[in-house]
Design a protein around this ligand. Structure first.
Ligand code: GSH
Length: 223
């Protein structure tokens, strides 16, 4: 797979001698931010290969071999390849996290960790993705304004659910920062980009502000 030949540049986040060889196929502003942020938080070495986000490249046979739906990101660990950003976080936590940034399995905290992680992608990111598709990703002729209007409503319901449903903070599970915040953080980046975070969402605003004080989030946003 000649992904490398389509990469604009590679950045290597590496300070330790871990036995793994993680490579992330990345596009700035995409869900690959989650993987970069988590690797920084866990101090895992990661090679970041920025790929071409054009439909031509994403529909190429080579890219579809790695990502059958043509989406971004893709993670490789030596010869092992996977798609779905949330699943990547879980793999990294379980394989290399040594118990960090996730609650012990089988606890109610772990259930809440799963709830917010799934919510961030399976529920909240759906309308956000629709907004992205119909404002940026699709060619103009294929964009449907009514889809955007509807998606904005659905995303607002999700923000309201976060407002009333999250713990007292500062993080989703209270005092402990976890990878669920990494999952949610990216969805909030999109929500902010689309102007959906209203000032009245007090808890959401202070939660997102708390995430923005984390240096690794700030760094991930620049890559
Ligand atoms: N659930 C997937 C969603 C992947 C996804 O939609 N990625 C976006 C970029 S953030 C993409 O590739 N969009 C292009 C498209 O859908 O055509 C994940 O979390 O990895």
């Amino acid at each position: 797979m000649q992904v490398g030949s389509c990469c604009k540049h590679a950045v290597v986040l590496s300070r330790n001698n871990y036995p793994m060889a993680l490579t992330l196929y990345h596009v700035a502003g995409s869900r690959s931010l989650r993987v970069i942020w988590l690797c920084l938080e866990l101090d895992l070495p990661l090679t970041i290969e920025t790929i071409d986000f054009s439909p031509k490249f994403r529909n190429s046979e080579g890219w579809r071999t790695l990502s059958p739906t043509g989406k971004v990101p893709v993670l490789r660990d030596d010869g092992f390849t996977m798609f779905e950003s949330g699943a990547m976080l879980q793999y990294l936590l379980d394989a290399y996290g040594a118990g960090r940034l996730q609650p012990r399995a089988g606890t109610q905290a772990a259930a809440m960790f799963q709830q917010w992680s799934w919510f961030a992608e399976a529920t909240f990111a759906r309308p956000l993705g629709d907004i992205a598709q119909h404002t940026v990703v699709r060619p103009e002729a294929l964009r449907i304004p009514a889809v955007v209007d509807d998606a904005r409503q659905r995303a607002s319901v999700c923000l309201q659910a976060l407002e009333v449903g999250m713990d007292a903070g500062p993080y989703l599970l209270g005092d402990a920062f976890t990878a669920a915040d990494v999952n949610m953080g990216y969805s909030l980046v999109l929500a902010e980009r689309f102007g959906l975070i209203e000032p009245g969402l007090n808890r959401v605003v202070s939660y997102f502000d708390a995430l923005k004080t984390r240096p690794h989030f700030v760094k991930a946003l620049t890559l």
